[in-house]
Ligand binder design. Structure first.
Ligand SMILES: Cc1cc2nc3c(=O)[nH]c(=O)nc-3n(C[C@H](O)[C@H](O)[C@H](O)COP(=O)(O)OP(=O)(O)OC[C@H]3O[C@@H](n4cnc5c(N)ncnc54)[C@H](O)[C@@H]3O)c2cc1C
Length: 423
């Protein structure tokens, strides 16, 4: 790997692949190309991302509440790309000119260096969706980065300290009220981690865990809507056993003074409120002149090229990819981002060898959600899985990813760190 500035690239390399975004999709695409290309393909791979590491978002449940090293969820490009012919530009994709086959790379709002491409892969991800609920932006923590996880840890510690110092039971209860809004996979995972870890931290600071109040709020009639009903029931029972109140069918009306007010009446004390209410595609991508769907995702064709584009692939959360079997748009999941990235890489290699691109066929072999660090729920090859086997499977997917984008050595080192963190 070589980190370079955009201005030092030959502006007119005839076979340059520019991959914009170094998350699950971008990293997988660049590494797959680097491993599978032949010298005769003549490709130059340039990955562009403002950050020198990937925020491994699906690993945030491990680090959200109280592990010593939240930075674990940062996967550094230099570690993963070691020894691979990938050039990395730590900048942003600023604009795209499909007619001229050029992109501008630079800091946000800057003029940017113009660089030619043979193929462009747009994989710039998504951002949290925050609806205009009064008080939400000011009071909620989103869960989208290691900084968010650190902020949550910090807020939890502060609340524990306040409770430990207060002689007043009502004040202690107020201080110890934690709410997560959104009971999709992310919300359930974060609440599970908080519910499992907090009582231990409280005992250490001499605070009675009985004073803890944990609430998970969801607007729909059930949690984990993507899972079958029996699995959802199990997850609900697990949350109840961890002391979590689940408020279903309630949308948030406003947040003020440490209280979450619900539509239709009712309120929940929330000294800390975590917002896990969904995501929307990278809003900057709508400025790049490619067709977008109603939700703001770049429309992908059947071979994952942007609609009407010959030389631009769109993959990962930023892209609206349709499942050809049922016509549904694929959800924003790392496993789809990874599959799409492999597909785009293989298709580009075919094109480099004078063949046509491939049609994309999505496959999902399993799905796992942790409910606390040691217990999970999900399915694999159509078979329901729950308890520790689901956690083993979930963590195995991490290990497989580290092998895929890094090496056995990197995967081994990270697995050891992960096992140490659990203790
Ligand atoms: C807390 C949490 C838990 C999750 N858990 C799971 C899970 O268990 N399983 C699962 O399958 N999915 C999970 N997901 C979803 C999964 O993380 C996403 O689907 C996945 O990150 C999508 O990958 P991506 O490469 O499209 O985007 P990202 O991984 O978000 O990467 C996008 C990259 O683009 C870069 N970028 C942005 N703008 C630009 C620009 N203009 N120029 C250059 N680079 C740019 C960003 O810096 C970033 O590195 C979870 C998500 C969250 C938030």
């Amino acid at each position: 790997m070589e980190a370079i500035s955009a201005s030092s690239l030959d502006p007119d390399h005839p076979r340059r692949v520019v991959v914009a975004g170094g998350g699950y999709a971008g990293m997988t695409c660049a590494v797959t190309l680097a491993h599978r290309m032949l010298p005769s393909d003549g490709l130059e791979i340039v990955l562009v991302d403002p950050r020198p590491y990937q925020q491994a978002l699906s690993e945030l449940d491990l680090v959200a509440a109280g592990t010593p090293r939240p930075q674990f969820a940062e996967l550094w490009h230099a570690d993963a790309f070691h020894g691979l012919p990938i050039r990395v530009v730590y900048d942003r994709l600023e604009s795209v000119d499909p007619r001229e086959h050029r992109v501008a790379l630079g800091p946000r709002g800057g003029s940017g260096d113009r660089v030619g491409y043979w193929r462009l892969v747009i994989a710039t991800g998504a951002v949290p969706h925050i609806p205009p609920v009064p008080g939400l932006v000011e009071n909620a923590i989103t869960m989208w980065s290691v900084s968010d996880a650190l902020l949550l840890q910090h807020r939890i510690e502060r609340q524990l300290e306040t409770a430990a110092k207060s002689p007043d039971a009502a004040e202690r209860r107020r201080a110890l009220s934690f709410t997560v809004v959104g009971a999709g996979a992310t919300g359930v995972e974060i609440m599970g981690t908080i519910a499992k870890r907090l009582p231990r931290l409280m005992r250490r600071t001499g605070v009675d865990p009985g004073e803890l109040s944990l609430t998970l709020i969801e607007g729909r009639p059930d949690i984990l809507y993507d899972l079958p009903a029996p699995q959802r029931g199990r997850a609900r029972r697990r949350l109840a056993a961890l002391g979590v109140d689940v408020a279903l069918g309630h949308d948030l009306e406003s947040v003020e003074g440490g209280v979450a007010h619900l539509q239709g009446g009712g309120s929940v004390p929330s000294s800390v409120l975590v917002w896990c209410g969904g995501a929307h595609a990278d809003p900057d991508a709508t400025q790049w002149g490619l067709p977008v769907d109603r939700s703001g995702r770049l429309v992908a064709g059947s071979s994952l090229k942007g609609q009407g584009q010959e030389d631009i692939y769109v993959i990962g959360d930023v892209a609206a990819v349709r499942d050809p079997r049922d016509g549904r748009i694929l959800p924003m999941l790392a496993q789809f981002a990874i599959r799409e990235a492999e597909h785009a890489a293989d298709s580009m290699l075919r094109e480099a060898r004078g063949l046509g691109p491939l049609q994309f066929e999505p496959h999902m072999h399993g799905e796992f959600v942790s409910v606390g660090p040691g217990w999970g729920i999900g399915w694999m090859f159509g078979v329901p899985v729950s308890g520790w086997p689901a956690i083993v499977m979930k963590r195995l997917t991490y290990v497989m990813y580290w092998v895929q984008v890094g090496s056995y050595r990197l995967a081994w080192e990270r697995t050891r760190q992960m096992l140490r963190m659990r203790r």
